[in-house]
Design a protein around this ligand. Structure first.
Ligand code: MG
Length: 358
């Protein structure tokens, strides 16, 4: 597997593993250090974090294919919005007209897995939230936990950051719901495209944010930078992880989710397993802190470095890898291509996967 493909597969599977491990204790209190280290029951059941991440990936591939075939397509954030409406259908068992996602038919995605109220209500409103016209005042982590594919897919780090921010603003209008998504998708871009360490990639991402996305009131910027610096500092100390994480928050809001993930990834940067176990074992939003940590560690270490005990037993493994491989591929189709890949077209033009064409 080439390096970038390995990192893209690692990031998507890594996020699903962190989500599934954390989902087991999302609402549990009194969690002890290293209490959860395995998939209980043998299979890692993913939650809404991974579901929505996969819809983000599907939207990017749909849009890119549309451009290749027709020369024109909706904006990336509009494709992502339509894909999230597909996700809403899977949760409500409804069917809106302009469905764009082949993954909508997967039965594992048609089961509610503690979906976030903010995502459901914002998408049910019939209005797409934007940075300029906030849909609400929420900074819940539902906006950040689903944008990793944007960092994996875009060609430019600034575009990755911008679209990550726009994608989170679809459902979350507070500046602190949006800024962490900007930095997170930029960080994923750097880790999947370069050989930088996590700390180096984080520094570059924070710098890019300050230079290119300083659009909100100063108070939010200062608060966010301070929290990230605190996470860095804590990762260099020898504190008990649960106590350190408690100082950063519980991860229900986006900036805390990001800070807990940064703490876990910097403290255990050489071990996917140790970073994930650190990121989920606390009394907060364990599946989202696990998902974001898994996206980061997977993009940094790559798929090959993820323990088999996790990657071979996570729900939807084959489909997650299929989307990851599609994200990593040159398009096998196009307006002037005489040998268009029919299987690809079934997924990203007709939005109905036809396995007989595979
Ligand atoms: Mg969840």
């Amino acid at each position: 597997m080439d390096n970038r493909r390995d990192k893209i597969c690692g990031s998507l599977i890594g996020g699903a593993i962190g989500d599934a491990l954390g989902y087991q204790i999302e609402f549990k209190q009194g969690v002890k250090e290293k209490e959860i280290t395995t998939f209980q029951g043998g299979i890692g059941i993913i939650s809404d974090d991974t579901q929505m991440t996969l819809f983000t990936a599907n939207a990017l591939l749909f849009r890119k294919t549309r451009i290749a075939m027709r020369g024109i397509a909706m904006l990336p954030v509009d494709a992502i919005y339509h894909s999230y409406l597909d996700w809403l259908d899977t949760q409500n068992h409804t069917n809106h007209h302009s469905s764009i996602s082949w993954i909508k038919e997967l039965k594992e995605l048609n089961i509610p897995r503690a979906p976030g109220n903010t995502c459901i209500s914002a998408l049910s409103s019939g209005t797409k939230g934007t940075i300029e016209q906030p849909i609400n005042h929420s900074k819940g982590c539902g906006g950040i936990m689903r944008v990793a594919p944007i960092g994996l897919f875009m060609n430019d780090s600034k575009i990755a950051g911008q679209f990550g921010a726009e994608a989170s603003a679809i459902t979350h209008g507070h500046p602190l719901g949006i800024i962490p998504a900007y930095v997170f998708s930029t960080l994923i871009w750097y880790l999947s495209r370069t050989d930088l360490t996590i700390k180096e990639a984080l520094d570059k991402s924070m710098k890019q944010y300050e230079e290119n996305f300083d659009i909100f009131d100063e108070e939010y910027k200062h608060y966010f930078i301070e929290l990230v610096n605190q996470a860095i500092k804590l990762s260099e100390e020898h504190k008990n992880d649960i106590e350190a994480i408690r100082e950063l928050g519980e991860g229900w809001v986006a900036e805390e989710t990001f800070a807990i993930a940064i703490y876990s990834c910097l403290k255990y940067s050489n071990s996917f397993k140790d970073a994930i176990i650190c990121s989920i074992n606390h009394d907060g939003d364990s599946d989202s802190t696990g998902a974001v940590t898994g996206n980061i560690m997977g993009a940094y270490l790559g798929y090959e470095q993820i323990p088999v005990e996790y990657k071979n037993h996570v729900e939807l493994k084959e489909e997650i890898l299929e989307l990851a491989n599609d994200l990593a591929s040159e398009l096998p189709v196009g307006e002037y291509n005489e040998h268009n890949d029919e299987y690809w077209l079934s997924k990203y033009v007709y939005c109905k996967r036809d396995l007989s064409l595979k």
